[in-house]
Design a protein. Structure first.
Lengths: 269, 197
């Protein structure tokens, strides 16, 4: 992944994205395990213990097992990636993540021939996650990627922001970041990664299949049934911030459009 | 309760109007000065929508409060109704001017997005009520009373509007919808008697 990474990261940096502030990034979150309000995660996520932490990697891998977070970190090369972040609710931020490529983690476990998808699971620990007392979603939170999406050099496992460890409300200690998909695909506080040959069930798709597809690529031409996705409000612009047009694949079209060649993106939304 | 009613009689209606008008300029001022949180537009939009629902519910509660608890707030009912319309209008304006901004998209949203359509319908139902909230109109008698029953479908649509816009299964909009159904349900015997006449 090393060669692809530098080219892609270089391009992302060349656009001089202006990152949002630490306060904005860590104070305005969707992490329903801690409540549905945007400020709830910042208020309640301190209840979460992230030490010790391990990630179970299983399914179609050569070396299944529980991988300790510290052991993972000692194997991975952490770098900074400044990415656009577009929420399905039509707001957006720019976030300076620190992390490593998911492809490198998957290589550590050894992906077997025949694996086609990667499934992810968030921690489900009701005593530390007050939001899970309500059936907002069918807990635990689940997400998934096609294997080629997961192996793409843009796909990141984030472990930090602004050079600091990931705050709990942002998905500590490690989370997925898929910058060309709506934010809910970037699953937080991951405890399990499963390689499989079937498209895995994903939480929002299970809840409302007509509104949230498996792919959920940022696409200004495919509306959410309840609101337009053609434009977005950038967080941090204050009271009179102008809407800006949403970019195809959130501005990463050059890098990822090839993954979906020949697919009807209105059907596979 | 008679003592409470006695105190209430001494509260002038203009005071209710004055206090009721204040939240909007205060929140606008806070928003402009960056003190309404990280997403001030959504914050004021949601606060106004919620306040509008609360005012409408309060207005609907006045008759049952008098009937079942003998608490008399009837003097303030028009002020509550007019304030509710004021909050709904500000909620709509914030959505138009600060949130959606783009005129073509506003119309597309009203036509294509059911929760927006329903919200707009509620506003349209409240409009004639706001216009006829004056002494001269009340003299129309039965026609006025019938017209103002439009507040029932309007509140119901408002609660549904809220329920439809949240993601996932959430309790707060369900609580509002439950209160609306309760307050409307209390009126069913009356309505049935009237239609029987």
């Amino acid at each position: 992944a090393a060669s692809g990474l530098s080219a892609v990261a270089g391009r992302a940096r060349a656009e001089t994205l202006e990152p949002n502030s630490w306060e904005e990034i860590t104070g305005y979150n969707n992490f329903y395990e801690f409540g549905t309000g945007k400020g709830d995660p910042a208020e309640y996520a301190h209840l979460l213990t992230t030490k010790p932490w391990s990630v179970k990697i299983d399914g179609m891998v050569d070396r299944p097992g529980d991988y300790d977070f510290q052991d993972i970190m000692s194997e991975m090369t952490v770098e900074e990636r400044i990415y656009r972040f577009r929420c399905v609710e039509a707001w957006s931020m720019v976030i300076p993540w620190n992390g490593f490529e998911l492809a490198d983690l998957l290589a550590m476990a050894g992906v077997q021939e025949g694996a086609k998808y990667v499934a992810f699971e968030t921690l489900y620990r009701p005593e530390e996650m007050p939001g899970t007392r309500y059936p907002v979603l069918d807990w635990p939170y689940r997400e998934g990627l096609r294997l080629d999406e997961a192996m793409h050099p843009l796909t990141l496992m984030a472990t930090g922001i602004y050079g600091k460890p990931l705050p709990n409300q942002n998905g500590a200690p490690l989370r997925l970041v898929v910058p060309w998909k709506y934010g809910f695909k970037s699953i937080k506080s991951i405890v399990r990664i499963t390689l499989t040959d079937k498209e895995p069930p994903t939480s929002w798709n299970m809840a409302i299949p007509s509104e949230y597809g498996f792919y959920s690529n940022v696409n200004p031409e495919v509306s959410h049934p309840r609101w337009s996705q053609a434009s977005e409000r950038k967080i941090g612009g204050g009271f009179f911030v102008k809407r800006v047009p949403t970019l195809m694949f959130n501005g990463y079209e050059k890098e990822v459009a090839g993954l979906y060649e020949g697919m009807d993106l209105a059907k596979y939304f | 309760m008679d003592r409470v009613n006695g105190y209430l009689r001494r509260v002038p209606v203009w005071l209710v109007y004055t206090v009721g008008v204040l939240p909007v300029p205060i929140w606008l001022w806070l928003g402009i000065n960056g003190q309404l949180g990280i997403d001030p537009v959504k914050e004021i939009e949601h606060r106004l929508g919620e306040l509008a629902l609360q005012a409408l519910l309060f207005g609907l509660a006045i008759t049952p409060l008098r009937r079942y608890l003998r608490l008399n707030l009837i003097k303030f009912r028009r002020a509550i109704g007019v304030l509710a319309f004021y909050y709904v209008s500000c909620h709509l304006l914030v959505w138009l001017v600060l949130d959606v901004q783009i005129p073509a998209q506003i119309w597309a949203d009203i036509v294509k997005r059911p929760y927006i359509t329903i919200g707009m319908a509620a506003f349209a139902l409240l409009l004639p009520l706001a216009v006829t909230s004056n002494n001269w109109s009340v003299r129309l008698g039965n026609a006025w009373r019938r017209l103002h029953r439009l507040v029932y479908p309007a509140v119901l649509l408002g609660a549904i509007h809220y329920l439809m816009l949240v993601k996932g299964f959430q309790f707060e909009p369900l609580i509002y919808l439950g209160m609306v159904l309760l307050l409307l349900g209390l009126r069913l015997p009356d309505l049935r008697r009237r239609t029987a006449l």
